[in-house]
Design a protein around this ligand. Structure first.
Ligand SMILES: [Zn+2]
Length: 322
């Protein structure tokens, strides 16, 4: 090996060692490697932390105001998923909207008045504030105004178990139309319904009730007949229905007939509810009447049917006085 070669090798060695010392002395070898490793990854990782911190900031402003605002608005939407309890409290606010005759909970009796009466007596009789509402609640506690008569009574074009065009054949126009569609729907299913008794004036109810009282005594009469002013038949929105043969018309033997079963299964599709369901006497104040249906509009009828509740429960207006 020539001297020149030795010198060159030495020179290279010196440079190499010098480079190595320079590299490994300034920062500690272990530190530099870890930092390098972490720095390399860190540059990639730091972006995500930034981006992940950004979303974590963004969602909070989105979550706080908007969804809560939506949620608090939602109960105002009639019929949707709103809680029955929301219905009565919304009512007074929207008292001006009942003119639309929409089946909105906003337009109904006034369970709120019961709360605001201050009497503390839940059994105190109340007068329905909006008797013309399709969703008015009339029961043993809530009565119609004295002498109330709906202005839009018509004769629904459906068979009744009698042929005369008399008072009890009438219903309010909207309910009459729904009844016609329901009878037609039943017919398609091979079920032939007939009307038994629909609208009933306060005067007629008075005569009827007094006759029942004379026969059975007032206490018993009250279990199956309404005190004048407290009958749903006076709203023009209720009707007693039977099979076209008229058997068991407004009698308990109607229960279990195919007509009764059809009504229970399909009435809500047309906006009617079985107003006095079985096992709910403690709430409605009336024994089971599978023949008595009441128009409230499809939305509410479907909700009441799906939940297996009564109109009183829908409005959170229980208990009802006996
Ligand atoms: Zn009835």
């Amino acid at each position: 090996m020539s001297r020149t070669v030795k010198i060159v090798i030495l020179f290279i060695a010196v440079i190499a060692v010098g480079w190595g010392i320079g590299k490994y002395t300034s920062p500690s070898p272990s530190a530099s490697i870890e930092e390098g490793a972490s720095a390399g990854a860190g540059s990639d990782l730091q972006a995500p932390p930034k981006s992940s911190s950004e979303p974590s900031v963004e969602p909070s402003p989105e979550l706080s105001p908007e969804p809560s605002a939506v949620a608090s608005d939602a109960p105002e939407a009639p019929g949707t998923g709103s809680e029955p309890t929301a219905a009565p409290s919304d009512k007074p606010d929207n008292s001006g909207s009942q003119a639309s005759a929409e089946p909105s909970p906003a337009a109904t009796a006034k369970p709120t008045d019961a709360g605001s009466s201050g009497s503390g007596d839940p059994a105190a009789e109340q007068t329905a504030a909006e008797p013309d509402s399709m969703t008015v609640m009339v029961n043993k506690q809530y009565q119609l105004p004295d002498g109330y008569k709906p202005a839009d009574l018509v004769y629904p074009d459906v068979p009744f178990i009698f042929s005369e065009k008399i008072e009890k054949r009438m219903m309010r126009k909207t309910a009459a139309g729904a009844l016609e569609r329901m009878f037609a729907g039943a017919k398609k299913d091979g079920v032939y319904l007939a009307g038994v008794s629909a609208y009933r004036s306060e005067k007629t109810q008075t005569t009827l009730f007094n006759n029942y009282v004379a026969r059975d005594g007032e206490e018993k009469a009250r279990t199956y007949s309404a005190v004048p002013g407290h009958s749903e038949h006076q709203t023009g929105l209720a009707i007693d229905v039977s099979g076209s043969d008229g058997k068991c018309a407004a009698e308990s033997c109607f229960g279990g007939t195919k007509e009764a079963d059809w009504l229970a299964a399909h009435a809500a599709e047309y906006g009617f509810i079985i107003r006095y369901p079985e096992g709910k006497q403690g709430i409605t104040g009336y024994m089971y009447e599978p023949w008595h249906i009441r128009y409230v509009g499809q939305e509410i009828a479907k909700e009441i049917a799906a939940k297996g509740i009564t109109l009183e429960e829908y409005y959170d207006a229980v208990p009802v006085s006996k």
